[in-house]
Design a protein around this ligand. Structure first.
Ligand code: NAP
Ligand code: SF4
Length: 674
């Protein structure tokens, strides 16, 4: 008997069967652009072996003008078809199914050649699109059809036509981007003509026994988005045009509402897909922030959809479905929705990977094989770097002893887990704990490992982490000055008026912690209210007229930094704006370009710029220091003094810009090579 009867139930599509209700959603990893087709094939094959029923590739451009960026991959030549056949064959050998996503970016294409219904520039692109004429529109449709037939030739089981997220087809649907007065604009009937025509002609060309998924924007989350009636009308027309399955898209890329970040509650939008259930006869897929089998099971059991789409969870763990089938969900590496190694990489032009699984997209290169020589390995420090090294070394058959002076595993992750909106870190900690419990690692918590005690090991890995940097502000020894460690780890008392010194990732996190009473991430109605999301049946695009309605801030916080740049500028590429917006909603005042003069009874004294002008006192009850970190190297230094060679990783190696991504990657790679 399984815990996930709905999730693991096959789905009959008539001409083919899906072995369970799990779709691996499309992700642009950048793998196709490496042109290393063995590597691309292995990425998908590993996930097919892990039991997912159907996968969707990253977006493939139907033509040059529709590519997300110049040179975006697509099936343009016979060689491209051959290359993609390597992928589909490997997936089929592994028992999987795979559909190719056709993604036309329209005005989101990062190119002066971009095209759209009308020349309305998007706020997230510098290029206004060229308005297509009748002939131009016919060419776009023909290119979709060519892409679909080539996908079939390349051995794909189907295609997904990307119609959501504010891309090309979505741009035709709403009056904000479609100002046309011909048969492709004006009345809704006309505005929806293009997506329907694309599906109809693709179906005609590929035949009946080929999956066509249409990804429909169920809630646009932009002003003047589609009304619910329009979405339903489109869904019915798309079904009639020949789609096999409807997948859910949530929000345009330019929407100012987070839709997939870690602070978005789990399954935050499945209620939207549920509204569509019964309106069409074809299966519906729901998506966004579903990252564990129990969540997915509940979604299906509650009748929100026929299938669930999970994308990033398959970067985190290729064996997601297999582990669920085996009743070992506790061993599924959880996607914490941080975007740090996936989307942030994509938007920086880098290959995607995964913070919690550095092997993602590096399957052929980062191989964790049994060790030729079994060694005795000591790992000191049970933060993310040490834990990753210890688990990987254990996996390879080494004899591992793990020391930490704290009485629990996790190091700095324990502090992250305290921050409202970062609750997923609790699951990451749970996963590390389950992994260690099921391993052969000899765990010595509450144990300070001295240099002497470490003699005699074949390898010593020092992952002792960081200590807070001392900002040396006059008066910082006062009782009302505390560090982020005091606040997040030891629950130090903090007054009503607070100055946070340092606006890095931790300064932002601490501010969030201080202004938030109850985390809206754990309370969906509160979160929807906070960000101004409403029922799309009541309000176009699902944007409430009243706008965001956050809870009153629990404290008055001023966040400061010395650099004159915009605070939060260096936070995650795809998530920084969310942190800035969340604090702005809670009236956190941000001051940049400051000098910290002193702290006294009156509060924190600051001035601005090199000339130390405009002196000011911020009247506060508490000052929290979040001024970055320095490496904790005392053990590494003591070992080196004794002539014991050690490997120093994580924050103990380099403290600057340390994050869990670098720590886990470094720990895993080191242990894979020992
Ligand atoms: P950080 O990002 O290096 O920020 C340190 C802050 O302290 C900066 O605002 C810095 O700005 C200030 N500072 C540095 N030296 C100072 C001094 N001597 N006196 C006063 N202020 C000083 O470090 P962090 O905030 O501790 O975060 C550590 C790491 O954790 C970061 O690399 C980050 O990537 C990661 N993290 C990430 C997230 C995330 O959301 N992705 C969240 C938490 C942590 P000025 O020098 O301009 O004053
Ligand atoms: Fe999930 Fe973060 Fe990994 Fe991306 S990098 S897949 S968001 S855990």
């Amino acid at each position: 008997m399984t815990d996930y009867p709905h999730l693991l139930k096959p789905l009959d599509l008539g001409f083919t069967q899906l072995k369970n209700r799990v779709l691996m959603g499309s992700m642009h990893t950048g793998l196709e652009e490496t042109k290393d087709w063995n590597r691309v094939a292995e990425f998908y094959a590993e996930r097919a072996r892990g039991g997912v029923a159907l996968m969707v590739t990253g977006g493939m451009a139907p033509n040059r003008e529709g590519g997300v960026f110049p040179g975006a991959a697509g099936l343009f030549s016979d060689q491209d078809i051959e290359n993609h056949r390597t992928v589909t064959e490997r997936v089929h050998e592994a028992g999987g199914k795979i559909a190719m996503q056709i993604l036309h970016a329209g005005r989101y294409a990062y190119s002066p050649e971009c095209v759209g219904p009308s020349p309305v520039k998007s706020p997230i692109s510098p290029f206004p699109p060229k308005e297509l004429d009748e002939e131009g529109i016919e060419k776009q449709i023909a290119d979709y059809v060519t892409a679909a037939t080539r996908a079939r030739e390349a051995g794909y089981d189907g295609v997904e036509i990307m119609g959501s997220e504010g891309y090309f087809l979505n741009q035709f649907l709403v009056t904000h981007t479609n100002k046309r007065t011909d048969r492709w604009g004006g009345e809704y009937e006309n505005r929806m003509r293009l997506p329907v025509e694309v599906v109809r002609r693709c179906r005609e060309a590929v035949g009946e026994d080929f999956i066509i998924i249409y990804r429909i924007s169920m809630i646009d989350l932009v002003p003047n988005g589609s009304s619910w009636d329009e979405v339903v009308q489109l869904a019915k027309a798309i079904e009639a045009a020949g789609a096999t399955i409807l997948n859910t898209g949530i929000g345009w890329h330019e929407a100012r509402i987070p839709t997939i970040a870690t602070s978005v509650p789990r399954r935050a939008f499945t209620w939207v897909t549920k509204k569509m259930m019964g309106e069409v006869g074809i299966p519906l897929i729901t998506s966004n922030r579903i990252n564990m089998p129990d969540v997915a099971e509940d979604v299906l059991a509650e009748g929100c959809a026929d299938m669930v789409s999970m994308a990033r969870p398959f970067l985190a763990d290729a064996d997601f479905v297999k582990k669920a089938e085996e009743g070992r969900a506790d061993l599924i590496t959880p996607c914490i929705a941080c975007n740090q190694a996936c989307l942030d990489h994509t938007f920086s032009g880098k290959l995607s990977s995964c913070l919690v699984n550095p092997r993602a997209c590096h399957e052929t290169e980062l191989v964790i094989a049994p060790a030729a020589d079994k060694k005795r390995i000591a790992v000191v420090g049970a933060g993310p770097a040490g834990l990753s090294a210890a688990l990987t070394a254990d996996d390879r058959g080494h004899e591992v002893t793990l020391f930490d002076r704290a009485d629990k595993l996790g190091g700095q992750l324990n502090m992250a887990a305290e921050v409202p909106g970062k609750e997923e870190f609790k699951d990451l900690l749970g996963w590390f704990e389950a992994g260690v419990a099921g391993s052969g690692i000899d765990v010595r918590l509450g144990t300070e490992a001295s240099a002497e005690a470490l003699e005699g090991y074949d390898e010593v890995i020092v992952a002792t982490g960081v200590t807070p940097r001392d900002p040396q502000i006059e008066g910082q020894e006062r009782d009302n000055v505390v560090s982020y460690v005091d606040v997040l780890r030891h629950g130090a008392k903090v007054g009503q008026r607070v100055a946070v010194v340092g606006a890095g990732g931790i300064g932002f996190d601490v501010s969030e912690y201080l202004v938030t009473e109850d985390s809206p991430t754990e309370d969906l109605p509160a979160w929807l209210e906070e960000w101004g999301v409403g029922d799309p049946e009541a309000t176009r695009g699902g944007l409430r007229a009243e706008g965001p309605r956050p809870e009153e801030p629990a404290r008055r916080v001023t966040l400061l930094q010395r650099k004159a740049e915009k605070p939060g500028k260096r936070l995650g590429k795809t998530t920084g704006w969310i942190h800035r917006a969340a604090l702005a909603m809670k009236d956190v005042e941000m001051k940049a370009g400051v000098n910290y003069e002193r702290i006294d009874d009156a509060g924190l004294h600051i001035s601005y710029g090199e000339a130390r002008e405009r002196p000011e006192v911020i009247e506060v009850d508490t000052v929290v220091l979040c001024a970055g970190q320095v490496s904790e190297r005392s053990l590494a230094d003591a070992l080196e003094a004794k002539g014991v060679t050690c490997h120093v990783i994580g924050g103990a190696d380099v403290a600057a810009e340390l994050d869990a991504k670098r720590a886990i990657d470094q720990g895993t790679r080191l242990a894979a090579a020992l």
